[in-house]
Design a protein around this ligand. Structure first.
Ligand code: NAP
Length: 272
């Protein structure tokens, strides 16, 4: 099975990441003081460990100073808030994240709101100057590939605070006609919106929710955010190889764009 569908001159995501990383490396190499980025990790499940490893690897590759602070899984919310306060006030730290998900005794929303919007490189705080990494990474890529937004019909499936809603906001900012669908949308309505869509972003978390029952314009661009793991590996929310202009692969698609956007967010804080 092919890993991605690309019927036009779109640069593959892997090629794009390589090119963009070279540009960022050059920019960082010229900085007298390198960006300082901190990751706070409590959960040590396989997925969290893999995400943290990836972020540390990306930072090292680009020349960003990254430090991992590991806290015990039994750490209380008060203790974590104390550390966040310290990082908020540490002038040597440009940006930091607390790796999600957090253990049950800690309220994730409280933590997201405790991180200073000036250092919130995940872009989760409502007052953050930065956008959440997944929608920002998708927009960076689509813009790099010269995708037209003005007056185009964009459909976002999923309305979470970290993907669906900010994605819709960014598409609206580019003057797309944006429709947001969710679990209460009927099949008939979803079908109707999708067959008229120019840009589709699916962020649900259901393997192949968008299957061959749905029809697309041949010129449509499909962005698959979903990550669904089963015994055969990772799968997206969209059945692969839809007959469209471009469809992002899973794995090797939006996950890579998200990782890159985090590094770009660290850099944005450091830039004058
Ligand atoms: P989430 O918070 O669980 O939100 C899922 C959204 O999907 C909700 O808005 C929900 O609607 C909607 N939904 C559920 N079932 C649906 C259905 N049958 N039809 C239409 N909409 C439906 O998830 P999330 O954090 O946004 O993440 C979504 C997916 O993206 C997950 O697979 C996640 O692992 C993945 N993800 C990937 C990356 C990456 O870097 N690749 C980053 C973030 C997330 P309601 O609001 O009505 O419940």
């Amino acid at each position: 099975m092919r890993q991605f569908v690309c019927y036009n001159a779109f640069m593959t995501i892997k090629e794009y990441i390589k090119t963009r990383k070279e540009e960022l490396k050059t920019e960082i190499a010229l900085m007298k003081v390198k960006p300082n980025f901190v990751i706070v990790q409590l959960n040590e499940d396989d997925a969290s460990n893999a995400y943290v490893r990836g972020k540390l690897k990306d930072a090292a590759e680009l020349g960003i100073n990254a430090k991992l602070i590991k806290l015990d899984i039994s750490t209380s919310e008060a203790e974590l808030l104390k550390l966040i306060d310290k990082l908020n006030n540490d002038k040597a730290v440009d940006g930091f994240i607390v790796q999600m998900p957090l253990p049950k005794q800690i309220n994730e929303e409280t933590i997201k709101l405790a991180i200073s919007p000036d250092k919130d490189v995940d872009g989760f705080h409502p007052l953050s100057k930065l956008n959440p990494c997944t929608p920002q990474g998708i927009m960076n890529y689509l813009k790099h590939e010269g995708v037209e937004f003005l007056g185009k019909n964009a459909v976002v499936i999923g309305r979470s605070n970290i993907v669906g809603k900010p994605m819709a906001k960014l598409l609206l900012k580019e003057s797309c006609n944006v429709t947001v669908l969710h679990s209460k949308t009927s099949f008939e309505d979803m079908y109707r919106y999708l067959e008229n869509a120019d840009i589709v972003v699916v962020a649900v978390g259901r393997k192949f929710l968008i299957d061959d029952k749905f029809k697309f314009k041949p010129s449509a661009i499909l962005v698959d955010v979903g990550i669904n793991r089963d015994e055969n590996g990772l799968h997206g929310d969209i059945l692969p190889e839809r007959p469209v202009k471009f469809q992002t692969p899973v794995p090797g698609g939006v996950g890579l764009l998200t990782r890159l956007a985090l590094m770009e967010n660290v850099l944005k804080i450091k830039r004058p």
